[in-house]
Design a protein around this ligand. Structure first.
Ligand SMILES: CC(C)(COP(=O)(O)OP(=O)(O)OC[C@H]1O[C@@H](n2cnc3c(N)ncnc32)[C@H](O)[C@@H]1OP(=O)(O)O)[C@@H](O)C(=O)NCCC(=O)NCCS
Length: 145
């Protein structure tokens, strides 16, 4: 069965918001969670795993805004499995590529993304408000890209 995005207003959005607050630097504010962008798609795997993507239907790309698992689920493969199902959904939607930014010092996340097949596009110096650098990563979902 293909994983489907969580409908807006579903209580799973609150689980995702809680994970965001607990696990992600620069978490969204409550107002951002209450009014997601029309193109935002949330995916969850139980209350302890979530990913939020913004789909660009004009150029068939997706921006991975956030992905997180609860601390007690790290290293269990949950995040990898969730991403695999999201990739299936993206391919079915004819999305050609996914991009994201990650703090260069978030070693675990960088390793995770590289294990999933994301490649480094470039480094943006001082991208984050504390001066940390960002890595821009890209994964093509279509072999001709
Ligand atoms: C980033 C995050 C989602 C990765 O989840 P995870 O639980 O480590 O991922 P998985 O267990 O599914 O592991 C997937 C791959 O990541 C890599 N990985 C997992 N644990 C690792 C570790 N301790 N050290 C280095 N790499 C690791 C491995 O390559 C692994 O592949 P494998 O299963 O073939 O060995 C998780 O650490 C997290 O929620 N972090 C906090 C939020 C965050 O920083 N999100 C990213 C920015 S939005």
């Amino acid at each position: 069965m293909t994983l489907a995005p969580v409908p807006i207003g579903d209580p799973r959005w609150l689980h995702a918001q809680a994970l965001d607050a607990a696990r992600i630097d620069y978490a969204w504010t409550a107002a951002q969670w209450e009014r997601p962008h029309d193109c935002d798609r949330l995916f969850t795997a139980g209350p302890g795993a979530m990913a939020l993507l913004r789909i660009n239907p004009w150029d068939h790309t997706a921006h991975l805004l956030k992905i997180a698992v609860a601390a007690n689920q790290e290293g269990t493969g949950t995040a990898r499995q969730l991403w695999g199902q999201i990739e299936n959904w993206l391919r079915a939607e004819s999305i050609q590529a996914v991009h994201l930014e990650v703090r260069e010092d978030n070693r675990r996340a960088v390793r995770f993304y590289e294990a999933l097949g994301f490649g480094r596009l470039r480094t943006v110096r001082g991208y984050y408000s504390d001066g940390a650098d960002a890595l821009l990563l890209l994964k093509a979902l279509n072999s001709s890209i």
